[in-house]
Every structure is written in structure tokens, then in C-alpha cells.
Design a protein around this ligand. Structure first.
Ligand code: NIG
Ligand code: FE
Length: 412
């Protein structure tokens, strides 16, 4: 099946084959063609060009974009969308003045979600999580990473990861899974005992069922130290899991350094970083990934995104969709926060939520840009959107005209 998209006002996000991420000044460049066509062959982008050269014959189906933007779907490289119930009570506690760390120290937070998850069957967990997957896809996300980390026991972590596998098998969007057993220390357990359980029992079981692409740790004061993190990441690496890390969210805790030591694909959060972290990331394969939805919700700093870019690095932006610190998977809101609160340019946030976020979840060879040979995971916007800047600027104007995932209409 060949699909021609014609009458494209702005084809945005064109990247040459082989470019897997954008860094430094390149973050300000978005490859675009005005008045364009794009051809999809089966699941794959097969060609595009200016309207003068439009191949008006030979397609089985034609979509009229009516002058709108056609762009790659969003890639959301950091989510915790497999969870049970919600944490609205803590939302109210936060409004009354408690911090995220105080709620966690009282036994709420992640432990609260672990209790809910324990009581919820695998089927029910799948249904609840799928409603969030559908919501994200309807807002334009075509690739997502999902973490475990609300199980905190071997059986419940496996339950979460099996749900992620089911999601992966049931949606056309690209899904990658991350084992985050070391998200919090469960009640009535000492940390050393739990770290040993993660390394010696959970990691081998997870690997035995081939349930995780990546391994992650909440490396933070009050959660897991740099030393714990080092051990846990090494345990995962023995089984071929690549590293993504929660680093520098609440303090400058050495998270970035341990992520780089392990050749991490991404170091995520980075609300708190200094020159030392920026220097440490220079010249590495690790994508600094920032999560402004969580800064917004927790009233935390947004981090020094411009500092990374000025130092020649790239950044990715992701939603962190989870019940405690970022109950939203809206990547356009993430773009708007990137512009308004982090002072990134519209071009920089565009690259951060497409190609660079694809890189941060290891899929930028198959999605994240308009490149021949990549998956046809595309957003066709409403015709009122005409420029890159209009996307974060009109941040709550209905945006999605059509969505194609693997070249097919996505009905959700
Ligand atoms: O990325 N910081 C750790 N993990 C999540 C929050 C998880 C939760 O509170 O449920 C985050 O913000
Ligand atoms: Fe997170």
C-alpha cells in the first residue's frame, strides 16, 4: 500500500540518514520543506519533496494535509505509565506545603503506588495502563519508554514488566521497557538487603524472561547512593541491559558521573547540575534528558538546559508521566514548558521531543525524524498550525489532524 500525503504546508523534521541525534548549534536547525509531498510505502517513509515534483500517480491512497504541518510523532523516552490507581491525596498534601521528599519520607509516594499495584491484578493493571497509552498516542506520541519500579518485590516487578510487554505487543507505537526495581526501598526492608535482592534475584529473573531493554536506578539522597547505583547497573549490564538513569533530580548526588561511567544512553531529570556535570557529559554517548512536566508539578527548578546546549551537547525532553511527579503525557505541554520555563527555542524543543528523545530510548535509527527508510510515524496537524513556533505557542489549541503509525491511521 502506497500513501501519498499532498498539500503539506510545512514538512518539518527532515534529517539526513545516519544522523541519530542533534547537539549544540544543530539543535537550532529543523530541516523543513514548504509546500511538500510525502510518500509512504507500507510502514515506511519512502520519499518526499517540494510540491512541484509531486508524484501524483502511483499511490493507492491520497491524504490531503490541507496546508498543515506534517512532522514525526513525538518520542517519549521517560515514562512510568504502568501504575494502579492514582495519588490525588498527595496532590492535596503538596498544595498544603509538603514536598515530594517529605511525602516519600512519610511512606507515601512510590511506596503508596507500590501498595496499590500489589492489590491490582495483571489484567486490571494492563487495562488501566492502556488507557494512558491511548491517551498519549491520541496526543501524538508514536514511541514510548515505560519503566517498572512500583513493584518493589520480584513478583510485582515481573508483573509490571509483563504488562509492559503486553502493551508492546498490542500497540503499533514503538515501546521499550526499563527495569527500575531500584526506585525505592520497600517498607520493613533494609537497603542493603534490597540492593542484593535487585542484583541477585530480580535482574536475573527479568533477564531470564527477556523483559527489559534498559536498567535504571533512582540515584538520589534518601533512595539509592552512587555506590548502590554502580552495583545495580553492573548487575544489569551483565545481562545486556543498557543504562538509563534517574540523576540529579533533588540534589547534585553524583548521578551523572555514574551514568557516564556506565556509558548510559541517557541521564534523566538533571534539575540540579553544575559545570562538573556538563563537563562530564561532553564527548559521551549519554543524552541529557530533562523532564519539565515534573519540575512544573513539584515546583522544582527546571535545570540548565541552555547550559548543556551552549556546551555543545544535545538535550532530549520527555514527559516522565507518572502518578507522583508528572501526571501528564502531553508532549506539546512539555514543548511549551521547554520554551517558556527553560527558554529553549521552538526549534530546540522540536528536536528534543523527536530525534533526541528517540535517541534517548535507542530508537533513533527507526523513528524520530522524516528520513527515507524510517517508520511512517507521523502527525498531520490541524491546518491552523503553520510554523514550528506555532506548536508550543498555541499550546492548548487542538493540534492533531491525523495520526499515522507505521503508515496506518491510528484510531484511538
Ligand atoms: O521520575 N523520581 C523518581 N521517579 C519518578 C516519580 C515516581 C513517583 O513519584 O511515583 C520521577 O519523577
Ligand atoms: Fe522518572
Amino acid at each position: 500500500m502506497k500513501t501519498l500525503i499532498k498539500n503539506i504546508g510545512l514538512l518539518a523534521g527532515i534529517v539526513p540518514e545516519g544522523v541519530l541525534r542533534k547537539e549544540g548549534t544543530h539543535m537550532d536547525e529543523v530541516g523543513c520543506i514548504e509546500n511538500a509531498w510525502l510518500l509512504v510505502d507500507g510502514e515506511i517513509i519512502s520519499g518526499f519533496g517540494p510540491a512541484v515534483g509531486s508524484p501524483l500517480t502511483g499511490a493507492d491512497r491520497t491524504i490531503d494535509a490541507e496546508g498543515a504541518i506534517v512532522m514525526p510523532s513525538f518520542c517519549d523516552s521517560h515514562t512510568h505509565i504502568v501504575y494502579a490507581g492514582s495519588r490525588e491525596g498527595e496532590f492535596e498534601d503538596k498544595i498544603r506545603g509538603l514536598s515530594y521528599a517529605q511525602i516519600a519520607a512519610r511512606g507515601g509516594g512510590i511506596l503508596n503506588s507500590a501498595d496499590r499495584l500489589h492489590e491490582t491484578s495483571e489484567d486490571e493493571l494492563y487495562e488501566q495502563s492502556m488507557s494512558r497509552v491511548r491517551e498519549m498516542m491520541a496526543m501524538g506520541t508514536g514511541a514510548m519508554e515505560i519503566k517498572s519500579g512500583y513493584g518493589l518485590s520480584t513478583e510485582d516487578e515481573l508483573k509490571m514488566l509483563r504488562v509492559i510487554r503486553r502493551i508492546r505487543e498490542s500497540v503499533a507505537a514503538a515501546v521499550r521497557s526499563t527495569f527500575l526495581g531500584a526506585h525505592a526501598v520497600p517498607r520493613d526492608t533494609d537497603k542493603e538487603t534490597y540492593v542484593q535482592l535487585v542484583c541477585n534475584e530480580m535482574v536475573p529473573r527479568v533477564a531470564g524472561e527477556n523483559l527489559a531493554d534498559f536498567i535504571d536506578v533512582f540515584c538520589e539522597e534518601g533512595f539509592f547512593s552512587v555506590r548502590d547505583t554502580d552495583r545495580i547497573l553492573s548487575a544489569g549490564e551483565k545481562y545486556g541491559m543498557k543504562v538509563k538513569l534517574h540523576a540529579n533530580q533533588l540534589s547534585c548526588s553524583g548521578g551523572v558521573q555514574v551514568a557516564v561511567k556506565h556509558g548510559a544512553l541517557s541521564a534523566d531529570h538533571l534539575e540540579r547540575t553544575t559545570e562538573a556535570e556538563i563537563n562530564c557529559l561532553r564527548g559521551t554517548a549519554t543524552m541529557p534528558t530533562m523532564l519539565p512536566g515534573s519540575s512544573f508539578f513539584l515546583r522544582e527548578p527546571y535545570g540548565n538546559a541552555k547550559g548543556f546546549i551552549d556546551a555543545g551537547l544535545g538535550i532530549a525532553l520527555a514527559s516522565d508521566y507518572n502518578p507522583g511527579s508528572s501526571p501528564s503525557g502531553d508532549m506539546r505541554f512539555v514543548m511549551a514548558l521547554g520554551c517558556i520555563r527553560m527558554r529553549l527555542t521552538p526549534a530546540q524543543v522540536f528536536n528534543a521531543v523527536t530525534l533526541n528523545s528517540a535517541y534517548a530510548m535507542g530508537v533513533s535509527d527507526i523513528c524520530g525524524s522524516i528520513t527515507p527508510g524510517k517508520k511512517a510515524n507521523l502527525i498531520i496537524t490541524k491546518p491552523s498550525f503553520r510554523s514550528i513556533a506555532s506548536i508550543p505557542y498555541l499550546h492548548h489549541t487542538p493540534f492533531i489532524g491525523q495520526i499515522l503509525i507505521n503508515g496506518e491511521y491510528s484510531y484511538l
